[in-house]
Design a protein around this ligand. Sequence first.
Ligand SMILES: O=C(O)CCC(=O)C(=O)O
Length: 297
Amino acid sequence: MANTWKQEAEVFQRDGAVLLRGALDANWLRKLEEGLQQAYASPDGKSAGVGDPLRIDHFPSDKIPALREFIDTSPLAEIVGRILNSPIRFYMDQVFYKPEGQVVPTPWHQDTCYYNISGNDLIRAWVSPDPVPRDRSIEVIRGSHRWNVTYHPWVGRDPASDPKGAAKAEALYQNQEPVIGVDAHDTLSYEQAFADSTLPSLPDIEAHRDSFDVLGWDYQPGDVLLFHGHIVHSARGDVYSHSPRRALATMWAGEDVHYLHRRGQVIPDPRALYEFKPKNGDTLDQFPSVFPVAWAP
Ligand SMILES: O=C(O)CCC(=O)C(=O)O
């Protein structure tokens, strides 16, 4: 591994996040912007009512060729693979679009509690075609990727609000079936999913910011921010912006990433995975047609 990658990889492993400056050129930024604008023009409805005016769309590259091309052919896969120094596979993508106006903060959370996967080699790559100053960009709690705890997500209904529906979801979970089916790609909104009430709540980080090692960046277009799938993170806001803050967040998996049914699954499995009926512990390389190697050393 070249020296620069070694240093960046060490920072990633130690802190759980690293910012790579100027990794994407102007052509890629144009492609990214085009894709994000197309996604914004065709909402998938999943985050409706949750974070307005924050729009979160899931698997946007399934329907937006510009985003598909960006993910498949930009340097993103190689960057992630070099940080892990191992073969990597693409898992899924999301759009986080905050329109011009008052910037809505994204609350503190971990990513892994939303998906039916777990593992140490999980990297989120967050990119934007916009300058994102420190007062509205991503923040992480340094080192929290190693806290070894899964917290309650900030979305999902209280099971007590619909005992019948919650019992159905619990039965699916007990049978080791996904609690949201493939139709969730077309119909589910965050508000319909049930939260896993057995998970602990996150500490009130905003109220006690000085007690946490909060790391943040002034992000510039072309930078690639990588953070660990388990890390506790948020995006700042509550400031006025004269332009939108648009971001594509992709999730990439290294060798130890495996399937894990979650009681509080909020985000559907990748569409093509459903037909394979994966079991707990199956690694993603067991499904090469769904998760082909995107880059290898
Ligand atoms: O862009 C944002 O506001 C939040 C992004 C985020 O939480 C994520 O990528 O997991």
